[in-house]
Design a protein around this ligand. Structure first.
Ligand SMILES: [Mn+2]
Length: 306
């Protein structure tokens, strides 16, 4: 029976490339493996796949009765609906524990680093499996993406070191240049429908019983949003109503200025303001230094919903 390697819902580059790298590793370890994804490929991931001539993982969002190796998440919110009926054989991740229950023992590779592909590279080393050049290049890009070219507070020395090792394997010298090129691709937002932008990198959270959605768009220059902000605010407000969120935030992150303009649609304005001790004006506020949803947004908002 084939083993599926698959990342989270609304997959980012870490999930897409992680699934490919993990499937390759599992094949080398003697397990028939198929890389899969639960959602559409975003423009940044497509850029990486094209650059390194890799095939996209297959689309598959149902896993009842199947063997699955989770990549880049370990909670039910971001999982396929029927994950409880699947056999989870392993997890490679860098997120907090999310409450999964399994029916059998499994391989768990979770570390407090900036990217799942960092963890997966360590697995390759552990099992002494060589990484093909193109997969190494793509894994390098996933690390540059998740760590915002090493600027994110989630980035560790391990990520930097492993990213360089992957660049060496791929024969790439100017990896930071490739990172910037990748973020320029990510910054292309013109002509894209508002909802697609809002949901391009969107995560839903259960914060102590309150449903919260947080999207993030990372760009090299925030001014591209100047004429779009009102439409984006209107769209997160509709999304909040349509899907029953208490709060929807959209982080417009400027990776050069190192901060985020946060657009807000909420039924709990006081809670949002209290979380960062800010004043929300015109449905938005600026959070200096904020690059990471995981480290600088979720841990501040979640306790406020107790
Ligand atoms: Mn990740």
């Amino acid at each position: 029976m084939a083993l599926f390697t698959c990342g989270h819902k609304i997959p980012d580059s870490d999930s897409i490339i992680g699934a490919i790298a993990m499937a390759y590793l599992q094949e080398k370890l003697g397990n028939e493996a198929i890389a899969a994804r639960q959602g559409e490929i975003n423009p940044e991931s497509q850029y990486i796949l094209d650059k390194f001539n890799l095939e996209a993982p297959i689309f598959k969002d149902s896993y009842a009765g199947e063997d699955i190796f989770l990549v880049d998440y370990n909670n039910y919110t971001e999982a396929p609906e029927d994950l409880k009926e699947a056999n989870i054989v392993g997890i490679a991740d860098h997120h907090k524990l999310g409450g999964l229950i399994t029916s059998g023992p499994l391989d768990v590779w979770i570390r407090a680093v900036g990217c799942s592909n960092t963890v997966i590279k360590e697995m390759f080393d552990y099992y002494e499996v060589e990484i093909p050049k193109n997969i190494a290049g793509a894994m390098m890009c996933a690390i540059l993406s998740d760590t915002v070219i090493f600027k994110s507070p989630t980035c560790t020395k391990v990520d930097t070191k492993i990213c360089k090792e992957l660049a060496d394997i791929a024969g790439i010298e100017d990896y930071k240049g490739i990172g910037l090129e990748m973020f320029k691709v990510k910054s292309q937002v013109e002509g894209v429908p508002m909802r697609n932008l809002v949901q391009r990198d969107f995560k839903a959270f259960d914060m102590n019983g309150t449903k919260v959605g947080i999207g993030q768009l990372e760009v090299v220059d925030l001014s591209i949003f100047d004429n779009m902000k009102n439409d984006l605010i209107a769209d997160i407000a509709s999304l909040k109503e349509e899907e029953g969120f208490d709060t929807v935030l959209l982080l417009l992150t400027d990776i050069m200025a190192m901060g985020s303009q946060i657009l807000v649609a909420t039924n709990s304005l006081d809670i949002v303001e209290k979380s960062w001790d800010v004043k929300v004006e015109n449905d938005q506020f600026w959070l200096d230094g904020c690059l990471s949803r995981k480290k600088q947004v979720v841990p501040f908002l979640e306790p406020s919903f107790k």
